[in-house]
Design a protein around this ligand. Structure first.
Ligand SMILES: Nc1ncnc2c1ncn2[C@@H]1O[C@H](COP(=O)(O)OP(=O)(O)O)[C@@H](O)[C@H]1O
Ligand SMILES: [Mg+2]
Length: 285
């Protein structure tokens, strides 16, 4: 399912007044089945872009199409409900939204709210629990008795239980240890691959971008300033610096090497394997 932003501007209600625009005339198309990373400095509007995709932040101008569904400034609540079913949103620190007495009730809440019968919801809960790599005996436990990584998986399972077409994640690895982070990121990659689920990931980690994404949206000051494939985005490091963005480790190594030796490698290196190939090609390995 494709997501198309057309001239979208948005702001927040701040008590009696509106905030300055947090999205400025955003025009961007997220291809169906793509894995798109959204990067940008803190405050650039990444989380706001995700919220706009699921109707939590309504456009002030413009429109967003999610497949054949439309989000417009005057969207009514009923239409937004079908959009929220299609676009599964995993917030930052999603475990803070766990609330039920048992894991099963927590996971079943979304589907039941969307009209799935209780017995069917329980079946779905079992399946998604397996998909996030947790044992069935956890279903009867309190979500609050689990470890940090387990809580996060349960929270993500609750989103998967709604069987969305698009999965939108705001820094899903934040606050986990490196192993926990990798496990979550690998799980997301496998849902993306197995189901061709359109996946949109906000991350600060450029290694994640290189490892998992196929295209990148760069945001700055509420605008989409670049949307291209991963290699093209990292080829222009001077521009990235202006946006306060880092490059992957291998690319940084390449840039330092080229500066110190004056030898230019034949391609943009994003991984250690790319570096090895490039060194062989120029006869240095
Ligand atoms: N709920 C909110 N109410 C008012 N302003 C907000 C709210 N959430 C975010 N903002 C503002 O919107 C801008 C973009 O924030 P955000 O989308 O969270 O950026 P990012 O995720 O890239 O850090 C910031 O200036 C931020 O202060
Ligand atoms: Mg954010």
């Amino acid at each position: 399912m494709e997501v198309i932003f057309e001239n979208v501007s948005a702001d927040y209600q701040l008590g009696p007044i509106r905030s300055p625009l947090v999205l400025h005339s955003v025009d961007v198309t997220i291809q169906s089945g793509s894995y798109t990373a959204v990067v940008g400095y803190t405050g650039a509007g990444k989380s706001s872009l995700l919220k706009a995709m699921n109707g939590l932040l309504l456009p002030k101008e413009g429109q967003i199409s999610i497949g054949h569904l439309l989000i417009k400034p005057d969207k009514n609540k009923k239409a937004l409900k079908s959009i929220r079913k299609r676009v599964g949103m995993v917030f930052q620190f999603p475990e803070s939204q766990l609330f039920a007495e048992t894991v099963e009730k927590d996971i079943c809440f979304g589907p039941i709210n969307f009209g799935v019968p209780k017995t069917e919801a329980k079946e779905i809960a079992k399946q998604v629990l397996e998909q996030v790599g947790l044992q069935q005996d956890i279903l009867t436990k309190s979500p609050f008795s689990l470890s940090g990584g387990q809580k996060r998986r349960v929270a993500i399972a609750g989103i998967l239980a709604m069987q969305p077409d698009i999965l939108v994640l705001d820094e899903p690895g934040a606050g986990l240890d490196p192993n926990g982070r990798k496990e979550i990121m690998d799980l997301i990659a496998s849902w993306h691959q197995d189901r061709g689920m359109t996946t949109v990931l906000v991350t600060h980690d450029m290694e994640d971008v290189v490892t998992y994404a196929d295209s990148v949206i760069v945001m700055e000051k509420g605008q989409v300033v670049l949307h291209d494939d991963v290699e093209k985005v990292f080829s222009n490091h001077e521009q990235l610096e202006k946006w306060h963005l880092d490059v992957p480790d291998a690319r940084r190594f390449q840039l330092n090497f080229e500066k110190q030796t004056g030898i230019l490698l034949p391609k943009v290196c994003l991984t250690v394997d790319d570096l090895a190939d490039a060194f062989i090609e120029v006869g240095l390995a």
